[in-house]
Design a protein around this ligand. Structure first.
Ligand code: HEC
Ligand code: HEC
Ligand code: HEC
Ligand code: HEC
Length: 435
């Protein structure tokens, strides 16, 4: 499975940004290799260059601090060997397409330049796109960002584009996927939230005033969060509609379900509140609705929304999971246009500080009432609150940020989720914000 050569992928990328961009993985440009970016006069400076708008030490940051540069080497670790054995890959992990697809810049051989090395792992061009057509020109004195993008540089400052690029590996799609077989063999759970992970990536760019001037279409953190959630929800629904959903006549692909519903020790009580899934009887596996629940929070604050309809449809989705795949897919068919409408309204709406505070209000209200049943939703709610408080424009950062600690403490041990502690922490945060 090579990346991104499918028709649906291409169509999607055309929808994202019609004339400008054919997508990191969807265009045929040659990937020239990390070595071609790493010269000391380019991005391989030993330290930041204050006189330049860019940091210029991007290569060293990536090479020394960014996990992406180890992604290929990690395929040779004991853990990877064990995964490969358990999956009966019959070849080492670092030779298997299923691993290389997410742990390297896995473009087909004809797109690998002379200095390209698979062993570089997730290199610059895995995110920024093949540099063949802009490597020479992009550092010119009179070249602006828009021109580079015209030449194929991927505009990662745009939320929709970044959501697609990162989630291809961090959430997966119908081409690349961390299924329950991979997880069962010992692969870590793919935890992801677009804005939090953008911050978590060791910083090799600075979003200062100059950045936003050079990149006028750059999106702000709250929008990056929101767009990431809608994209994650869309991928979940796509996955359910795909052939990969039913892995056997008896069982669906368990990676679409809430891990902790099955994996919490029996001595830990499951949450009593089943806000999004009252139609499920206790003891039923439940679909992972964490991204849909975040979409619901957005639906409540973005003008023109019909949150009651969306909540009812999410509930019916859970109900349908007791009936059969056809019933599930039929409800998914109803959710898809609802999400599309939300995405479209989000694009037209300014996420003002007031609106971001409203969103934070919805999140903490729902959290304080125990509405996020299940670890995965709670985890997403916590990251959302953090993004809005620390990186958004709510104007509430500072003292309120300290109130986040108990929220994250409650999530500290994924093997023993503590719903009560989470709810308490959200109550406290809410009370603090109301002061
Ligand atoms: C080609 C696949 C790929 C793409 C594209 C990609 N990542 Fe990753 N990312 C990985 C892999 C694989 C790892 C784990 C590397 C390892 O430790 O072996 C990782 C690790 C990370 C980590 C460290 C996670 C941790 O637990 O500390 C962060 C943060 C991260 N990625 C953020 C991003 C962001 C943000 C984007 C988009 C701008 C992105 N990634 C795009 C594959 C990818
Ligand atoms: C859908 C994309 C995807 C696929 C397929 C995939 N990985 Fe990963 N892998 C990731 C990401 C993303 C991470 C980082 C997870 C995180 O920290 O959030 C990761 C993390 C890991 C880690 C932990 C690395 C560390 O720093 O501790 C190992 C080991 C690993 N993967 C091995 C494999 C092997 C072996 C295969 C093939 C059998 C494979 N992966 C297939 C995306 C993928
Ligand atoms: C995991 C994805 C990922 C990888 C790998 C990656 N970058 Fe980036 N890079 C980003 C994101 C996200 C941004 C911020 C959005 C933007 O402005 O493009 C960015 C921004 C930049 C910027 C723009 C800074 C500015 O102020 O305009 C430069 C330059 C850059 N990266 C160089 C590199 C180089 C060189 C490498 C390899 C050594 C690299 N990047 C690897 C994701 C990545
Ligand atoms: C419907 C129930 C169910 C769901 C949902 C589920 N799993 Fe599992 N999982 C199982 C079963 C059953 C096994 C096999 C246990 C065994 O081999 O004894 C398993 C095995 C595993 C293992 C191997 C270790 C172990 O406990 O045996 C891991 C890791 C794992 N699952 C992770 C996940 C993750 C991550 C998710 C969510 C993305 C998930 N599972 C969702 C039922 C589930």
């Amino acid at each position: 499975m090579m990346r991104g050569r499918t028709l649906p992928g291409l169509i999607l990328s055309l929808l994202v940004s019609p004339a400008q961009w054919a997508g990191a993985s969807d265009n045929d440009a040659v990937h020239t290799g990390v070595a071609t970016c790493a010269s000391s006069v380019c991005h391989g400076s030993a330290r930041e260059k204050p006189e330049s708008p860019l940091l210029r030490n991007e290569y060293l940051t990536w090479e020394r601090h960014d996990d992406h540069s180890d992604a290929y080497q990690n395929l040779k670790s004991e853990q990877s060997k064990r995964i490969a054995r358990q999956l009966d890959l019959n070849q080492p992990a670092h030779k298997a397409d299923v691993c290389l697809d997410c742990h390297t810049d896995h473009v087909p051989p004809e797109q690998r330049g002379k200095r390209f090395m698979l062993s570089d792992g997730v290199g610059c061009e895995a995110c920024h796109g093949g540099a063949e057509n802009w490597l020479e020109s992009h550092s010119g004195p009179d070249v602006d960002h828009a021109q580079n993008v015209d030449q194929g540089l991927v505009p990662l400052e745009q939320a929709e584009v970044r959501a697609r690029v990162c989630q291809d590996c961090h959430v997966g799609d119908t081409e690349r996927f961390a299924g329950h077989d991979l997880l069962g063999a010992g692969h870590p759970r793919l935890q992801f939230e677009l804005m939090s992970y953008s911050v978590l990536q060791p910083y090799h760019y600075r979003t200062d005033k100059d950045y936003y001037e050079r990149k006028p279409r750059a999106d702000r953190p709250a929008r990056i969060w929101a767009t990431g959630q809608i994209e994650a929800a869309r991928r979940m629904l796509d996955g359910i509609q795909s052939d990969g959903f039913m892995t056997s006549p008896l069982w669906p692909e368990l990676a679409f379900f809430d891990c902790h519903g099955c994996h919490t020790p029996m001595s830990v009580e499951q949450p009593e509140e089943r806000y999004s899934s009252p139609e499920l009887t206790p003891g039923s596996p439940r679909l992972n609705d964490s991204a849909l629940m975040m979409a619901l929070m957005l639906e409540r604050v973005i003008p023109g929304g019909t949150p009651e309809t969306m909540l009812k449809t999410i509930r019916r989705l859970h109900g349908a999971s007791r009936e059969g795949p056809a019933q599930v897919r039929s409800v998914v068919g109803e959710l898809e246009p609802q999400l599309a409408s939300l995405a479209e309204r989000l694009e037209r709406t300014r996420l003002t500080p007031g609106l971001q505070r409203e969103l934070l209000g919805e999140l903490t209200r729902a959290g304080a009432r125990g509405r996020f049943s299940g670890y995965l939703s709670a985890e997403q709610a916590a990251m959302a609150a953090q993004v809005l408080l620390k990186h958004g424009e709510t104007g509430l950062e500072g003292p309120a940020s300290a109130q986040l600690d108990p929220v994250f403490d409650a999530l500290d041990n994924p093997d023993r989720p503590d719903d009560d502690a989470f709810q308490q922490a959200m109550k406290q945060l809410r009370a603090f914000l109301a002061q």
